[in-house]
Design a protein around this ligand. Structure first.
Ligand SMILES: Cc1ncc(COP(=O)(O)O)c(C=O)c1O
Length: 395
């Protein structure tokens, strides 16, 4: 009998990937599946990024690079952030990693250990919870509230801090809700954190280039009060439509960088040179494509939210960012897991049930609008027909 590490056997597969697999299998059998389940832009990366990658594939770098990334890329990240937020990031704080996930995973290892507690959003990105478990800390959820347009209440978070809390994870704009935490709420959080100097903060801002008109987004990097204990997570996946390239970065307080560097040498040595050169071209080149993608997402957002609000038993808040809507389906009289399963099996629309993102996600679905306008309209039409036949409106 083989004995495995119990935290690994306890991991549930990320709902979005499970839905993707099932949707692909149905599609392979000829079903006309529309996938609103997966969280990745449906655009190619900008052309100048692809050109830079092709050059690098020929000319290098082909060997190991510095574990923390090639110096020009670390400089480009610092320059990009400093110009964008008028802050003072030093390139030495920047650590290049294979995808956005790695930064929070390493933070959970660094701040974990027996007795530690780490706070994370519920509903939230599912790997947060498992990364916390892998580092040996206890995962403590804090609620993300529909009535706050999927933001949090700073006082609620502060009330959950104990002497054992080591890290607070924040995500805005958020997966799965598209919620953006208002600047005033971040100000209240930062003010309250002054009483808890033992708590580090990880701000996952991977959707920061997808913030829509009217949303009151602020980066936590613009709060000097917590600069010495803030880890910023961002990357290329969502901004430049490069999810499969596996390229991300963290900005760490300087004293932590040497520890992250050690973890990298244990884990993956460095990010491949081709992806790093592509990332450099992305950050130093024109941003027109990034803006164009954000405009397309903004148009789809209205289409999706208006369409969802017309469905029987469904209500949907207008998300401030990312490319997700998080409709409340409690009024359909069907459980969200059951509804998502039936929508895929019976009308071939793939969506992710909200409970996969935490207990507070029960009764919601995640709709990714990284699909064409035509597909979105067709999916909404199929859902309308399905719900007209099967929903048992409550209340
Ligand atoms: C909130 C959030 N953080 C991080 C990531 C991970 O990004 P990457 O694909 O670059 O690892 C995702 C991806 O879906 C996400 O939604």
């Amino acid at each position: 009998m083989l004995t495995l590490n119990p935290w690994i056997t306890a991991i549930e597969e990320e709902g979005a990937f499970a839905v993707l697999d099932k949707a692909l299998a149905l599609k392979a059998r000829g079903a006309p599946v529309i996938n609103l389940g997966i969280g990745q832009p449906d655009f190619p990366p900008p052309a100048h990024v692809l050109d830079a990658a092709a050059r690098a594939a020929r000319d290098g770098p082909h060997g190991y690079t510095s574990p923390v990334g090639i110096p020009p890329l670390r400089e480009a990240v610092a320059d990009h952030l400093n110009a964008r937020y008028r802050i003072a990031v030093d390139p030495d704080q920047v650590v290049i990693v294979p995808g956005g996930k790695v930064t929070f995973y390493f933070a959970c290892l660094l701040f974990g250990g027996p007795g530690a507690e780490i706070l994370y959003p519920d509903p939230g990105f599912p790997p947060y919870r498992h990364a916390i478990g892998s580092g040996g800390a206890t995962a403590v959820p804090y609620p993300i509230r529909e009535e706050r347009d999927f933001g949090f209440d700073a006082d609620e978070i502060l009330s959950l801090i104990t002497p054992r809390t080591r890290l607070l994870m924040v995500n805005s704009p958020a997966n799965p809700t598209g919620g953006v935490v208002a600047k005033g709420e971040l100000e209240r959080l930062v003010a309250g954190l002054a009483d808890h100097p033992h708590v580090a903060v990880l701000s996952d801002e991977i959707y920061s280039h997808l913030v829509f008109e009217g949303a009151d987004f602020a980066s936590l990097t613009t709060f000097p009060e917590i600069a010495d204990r803030l880890i910023l997570l961002d990357g290329w996946s969502k901004t430049f439509a490069m999810t499969g390239w596996r390229l991300g970065y963290g900005v760490w307080p300087k004293p932590l960088v040497e520890h992250v560097r050690k973890l990298i040498t244990v884990d993956h040595s460095c990010v491949n040179g081709v992806a790093q050169m592509a990332g450099l071209a992305a950050l130093t080149g024109p941003m027109d494509e990034v803006r164009r993608m954000a405009e397309v997402f903004a148009e789809r957002r209205t289409l999706v939210v208006d369409g969802l609000n017309r469905l029987p038993g469904v209500t949907c808040r207008m998300p401030g960012g990312a490319f997700y809507a998080f409709p409340n389906v409690k009024g359909t009289g069907m459980g969200s897991r059951d509804l998502a399963r039936r929508l895929l099996d019976e009308v071939h629309v793939a969506l992710v049930p909200g409970e996969g993102f935490g207990d507070n996600g029960r009764g919601f679905l995640r709709v990714s609008y990284a699909a064409s306008t035509g597909e979105i309209e067709e999916a909404l039409g199929r859902m309308a027909k399905f719900l007209a036949e099967h929903s048992q409106p409550v209340g």
